[in-house]
Design a protein around this ligand. Sequence first.
Ligand SMILES: Nc1ncnc2c1ncn2[C@@H]1O[C@H](COP(=O)(O)OP(=O)(O)OP(=O)(O)O)[C@@H](O)[C@H]1O
Length: 294
Amino acid sequence: MSEFSEDEQRQASLSKHERFRGEYPIVVEGLVNRFGKQTVHDNLSLKVKRGEILGVVGGSGTGKSVLMRSIIGLQRPNEGNIEVFGRSITEAEPDEEIGVRERWGVLFQGGALFSTLTVGENVEVPLKQFYPELSATLRHEIARYKTIMSGLPEEAVNKFPSELSGGMKKRAGLARSLALDPELLFLDEPTAGLDPIGADKFDKLTRELQQTLGLTVFLITHDLDTLYAICDRVAVLADKQVIAVGTIPELLATDHPWIQEYFNGPRGRAAQSTQQRDNKKASGAMDKPTVTGA
Ligand SMILES: Nc1ncnc2c1ncn2[C@@H]1O[C@H](COP(=O)(O)OP(=O)(O)OP(=O)(O)O)[C@@H](O)[C@H]1O
């Protein structure tokens, strides 16, 4: 018997122009990844809900990037099944047309832009790959639109990656990941290397795009502020598996030592108070500063 609901199975037969309406656009079951003698994942399972921003955390080397690469078909697992939009990624050949690869966008660590192409040309790469029939004029127009949508000035379209700051490179990478109007967005440490203000702006942009475009976001991060500010749920990788998934209060209620140390350590507590302060500000409940001794 299939482990997917009727709704999800029905979605699997939809044409590529219809949006996925099942509950879980990503379902990972029994994933095993090994490199030589090293086992990175051992029977890992995870379901990502449609429309959520799922933060993925874990210590260095716990296999967050390998998990993402497995989901997007760049890493063939040793065992297990991964379905995206109800289609098996693990059973498909790398080049097999399964109608899902054009429905996700990926922002790799560092942006992964082609250095010899301008920002606009970088954004056009997936358009050329998946929609070769588009005219050059329309492609340029879409690239311009996605660049602006990602918070870059229009003139950035004609700049090369070497002419951009770190934050601008991330935005250019984001513009490329949005080129095909994806339903699913993978972000691998998007705020790494950004200053706190830049990171905060990038978080806000991610949230805005997720809400306005109705995206599901799989977001790998070490940034506690990002987790508190924009993630609906957080998945924790440890011991070769996803040991817990839930909202931050739900995770705090578990007694796993890594989770407790991570969220209740000094950085976790600082991020929590920043979030509480921002929430107060947003609700107007913050006391106005008083000037004394004038
Ligand atoms: N292609 C590969 N060949 C051999 N080992 C690999 C390969 N890719 C990843 N690994 C190993 O798998 C483990 C998990 O790597 P991964 O990059 O997924 O960790 P991560 O959780 O994303 O870490 P970080 O938070 O530091 O980015 C690491 O020990 C890494 O060395």
